[in-house]
Design a protein around this ligand. Sequence first.
Ligand code: HEC
Length: 163
Amino acid sequence: MSHHELGPEDRTRASSWRLLALLLALPLGAACGDNQDPAGAEALWQALQEVDYRSWPRAPGYEERRGSNAPHGDKVDIYINDVLAEALASGESLERWPNGSVIVKDGFDGGDLELVAAMEKRLTGWYWVEYAAGGEAIYSGSPETCTDCHKSGDDYVRAFELP
Ligand code: HEC
């Protein structure tokens, strides 16, 4: 908050203080992320651990860990669940990914797991979440940060194409 100079005493001083108090009262998360659904993010983290998503098939083109220019670490592993794997294997052409599709991406920095990002296709559309390596949600819900960059993808998926 060092960028706020309250300036010389004047008639606006009282309201400046009120504004400053309001800014300080904002939850910390608002400054460093957009965690719209902490409870849902936590539940999804638990579910992903229980199913052991790292045992899932890897996304097409991501048979091995590979380099990435996206803001998800310098190397990534990308896993897809059975709903998505079956949709890809079916040979049918699709306009969008089926409900129940889940994609999980482990992002590494210098060999260390840095973050885990996931997308789940729900009736309401994609649900987005990004966790720190320990599972604390940083983003969840439908943050514009995620959707703005992903909308250039095939139904929001950037790593591989719709069949
Ligand atoms: C500036 C662009 C950008 C932003 C912002 C971004 N992504 Fe991505 N994301 C990508 C690209 C590009 C890929 C393709 C794989 C790669 O290159 O690492 C990707 C891949 C993914 C994947 C694997 C499935 C896919 O779509 O390819 C997931 C899951 C993912 N991102 C989640 C998120 C979440 C959650 C957020 C928001 C917190 C987010 N991304 C924000 C660019 C972005």
